[in-house]
Design a protein around this ligand. Sequence first.
Ligand SMILES: [Fe+2]
Ligand SMILES: [Fe+2]
Length: 385
Amino acid sequence: MADKDEEVREMRKVLEGSGERPSGGLGITRRTFLHRSLLGGAGAGAAAFGWFPLINTLDLTLGQGGGGFKFAWISDTHLYPKEVNTRFVDKATRAVKEVIAMKPAADFLMFGGDLAQLGNPTELDLGNQILNESKLKKYYIPGEHDWYLDMGQKWTKLFGEPNWFFDHKGVRFVGLDTVSRGPDYWTAKKMTPQQRMGHMATLDGSVAGAWAGVGRDQLEWLSSKALSGWGKDKPLVVFSHNPLYEYYPPWNFWVRDWREVHEILAPYGNVTNVHGHVHQVLYNEIGKLRSIGMLATSWPWPYAPEGVPALTKCHIRVDPGDHFDGVGWARLAVNASAKLENQYVMWRKDLLAESQVDSSCGDNGNQVLRPRMADQAWPFYGAIK
Ligand SMILES: [Fe+2]
Ligand SMILES: [Fe+2]
């Protein structure tokens, strides 16, 4: 035991360097530099995911008259009514409190979907109430857990249209709805709304299938309205609940029409997709499109058995006995060079190491591209509006 303590002290010395270290209760901030050279090199990769001082380069960039701004992301709170479970309420509340405490303050708060667990109006009202503790300007996109009890009625009443765009300090932000266009399996199966919601709430749903999609009408809206008049070299950030590429379709870690999305976004030189749903540290680049997967406040999903992008530095497994471990929210900033930078605020126990083996996604087999379900099923999904 004494030896182990000594080893831990030694590791801390090496890992922490001279930066100020967050207290155990505050969480670890990890930052994703959105540049291939930083993620690719072993040394640089270690630096990017090691300990960071609380006042980090992101704050310095913004604090020295360099321009730029910050915003916050919270998603996947999966709230139950308070009388059923307060665990998720506690975590959502903590995230909102931490967003409120940001200095300098965020310009806005983005909520990325799965506010509720079973689409219950009580859950959505509760989520709305928790988020409204922050007086920041807020934007919302839906998750499947918010939608499929009443097909979005309560959600749209609270939050408005599920897709939108706006410009802020030289950046265009687009919110996409990737959840509402699931193929109608429920009518044929004569399901009640509760049964439908139950199937959509299952990660590996054999009935709901690979439901995530943008849809032809929204693709048309994206190209003709949301991106209209926006210069191809200007910064563009696209928010979605599901990732906009094919990671793992059986868990809807994709959108079925991702090829069309990429075709529309391909001419843009500075575009980043920020998405929820995967509840894990995730990073990918396809062409010029960068994608960042966000943490949930509720629970971390394991990495999918295949398809983990090679650029992802996997997040270590968490302690299942500590429900604050491995979850959190994110601070994002558009820096003076108009690049989006992400800083995960991951609440963790006092863990000192990351290893690919422990994360379960270090196996190269994860990263071998081969025809998967998406390609086999494409003619079918391609036919869905
Ligand atoms: Fe979720
Ligand atoms: Fe989701």
